[in-house]
Design a protein around this ligand. Structure first.
Ligand code: 5RP
Length: 260
C-alpha cells in the first residue's frame, strides 16, 4: 500500500489499540438540521477533542470546524437526495477528490445501497471513488446504507460489507446485528459500526461493547452521542469502551460519574 494512503488510514485509527471513535456529524447532507445538530459548531466544538476522527461534509467542515484542528477528517462525498425523496438510494458523488485533497481529508465516505433500486449506480460510484481517491493516497470508507424494507441481519450486512471491500473500500461502516462475527469474518477490511437512532445510553453502550467484542475496529457514531443529554459524558464513555474495553457495568458507572 502506498505510504500516503497507509499514513492516512493510520491517522484514523488509534496507534495503541488499532481502533477508532469516529464522530459522525454528516447527517444534515440529507436530513437537514436534525435534533442535536441544528448548529453544527455548537455540537462539534465540545466533542472534537475526544474524537479520533470526524465524519462530515465539506460545508460543515468549512464553516464549523477551525482549521487549526489536527483531527483526521472523513469527508462525506455522496448525496443528492433528501429525506423528502421516495428513494434515498439515488445518490451521486457530491465532492471531487481535488476538493478532498484541498480539505486535507484522510478519507472520503460514500453510501452504497445494496438491494435498493440504485444498487448498481451506488456500487459504480464506489468503484470510481476508489480509483480516484487512490491516485491521491486518500482512503475510502463505504457506508452500507439500509433501505426501510431491508432485513438487518448478518446475511444482508455480510453481503453489503463484502461487496464494498471487493470493490476496494479501505474501511466499511455498517450496523451491528445478531451473529455480527460472521459479518466481521467475511470482510477483509476494518469495520466500524454506526450507532443508528438514539437509544437509551445503556443500550448504546451495549451496542458499542458487543460490536468491539465481536471484532469491530471502532464506531462511527453520531446521534447516540450528540443527542444524549450529556454528549461529552457519552463520548468519553464510548471512548473507554472502544479503547479500554471496559464492560457494560463499568461503562454505566463511568457515564453516571461523568454526568455529574
Ligand atoms: C448518515 C451516516 C451517519 O454518519 C451514520 O448513520 C452514523 O451516525 P449514527 O450513529 O447517528 O447512525 O452515515 O447516513
Amino acid at each position: 500500500m502506498d505510504w500516503g494512503l497507509s499514513n492516512r488510514i493510520n491517522r484514523i485509527f488509534n496507534k495503541e489499540t488499532g481502533r477508532t471513535v469516529m464522530l459522525a456529524v454528516d447527517h444534515g447532507y440529507f436530513l437537514g438540521p436534525i435534533s442535536g445538530l441544528e448548529v453544527p459548531s455548537k455540537t462539534v466544538t465540545p466533542l472534537i477533542e475526544y474524537a479520533d476522527s470526524l465524519m462530515l461534509t465539506r460545508g460543515i467542515l468549512r464553516t464549523s470546524v477551525k482549521p487549526d484542528n489536527n483531527i483526521p477528517i472523513v469527508l462525506r462525498v455522496s448525496g443528492g437526495t433528501s429525506i423528502l425523496d421516495e428513494d434515498l438510494s439515488n445518490e451521486g458523488i457530491t465532492t471531487s477528490i481535488k476538493e478532498a485533497v484541498r480539505l486535507n481529508a484522510s478519507a472520503v465516505a460514500l453510501s452504497i445501497f445494496v438491494g435498493a433500486s440504485n444498487e448498481k449506480e451506488t456500487l459504480l460510484n464506489l468503484a470510481k471513488l476508489v480509483d480516484e481517491a487512490e491516485e491521491y493516497g486518500i482512503a475510502v470508507l463505504a457506508v452500507t446504507a439500509v433501505g426501510k424494507n431491508m432485513v438487518r441481519d448478518a446475511r444482508y450486512f455480510g453481503l453489503a460489507c463484502r461487496i464494498a471491500a471487493e470493490i476496494g473500500a479501505h474501511i466499511v461502516k455498517t450496523y451491528y446485528c445478531e451473529e455480527f462475527e460472521k459479518v466481521i469474518e467475511s470482510c477483509p477490511v476494518p469495520i466500524v459500526i454506526a450507532g443508528g437512532k438514539k437509544l437509551p445510553e445503556e443500550e448504546a453502550f451495549k451496542l458499542a461493547y458487543n460490536a468491539i467484542q465481536k471484532g469491530a475496529k471502532g464506531v462511527d457514531m453520531g446521534r447516540n452521542i450528540f443527542q444524549s443529554e450529556y454528549p461529552v459524558a457519552a463520548m468519553k464513555t464510548i471512548k473507554a469502551i472502544v479503547h479500554k474495553g471496559i464492560g457494560l457495568e463499568e461503562a454505566c458507572a463511568l457515564f453516571n460519574k461523568l454526568k455529574k
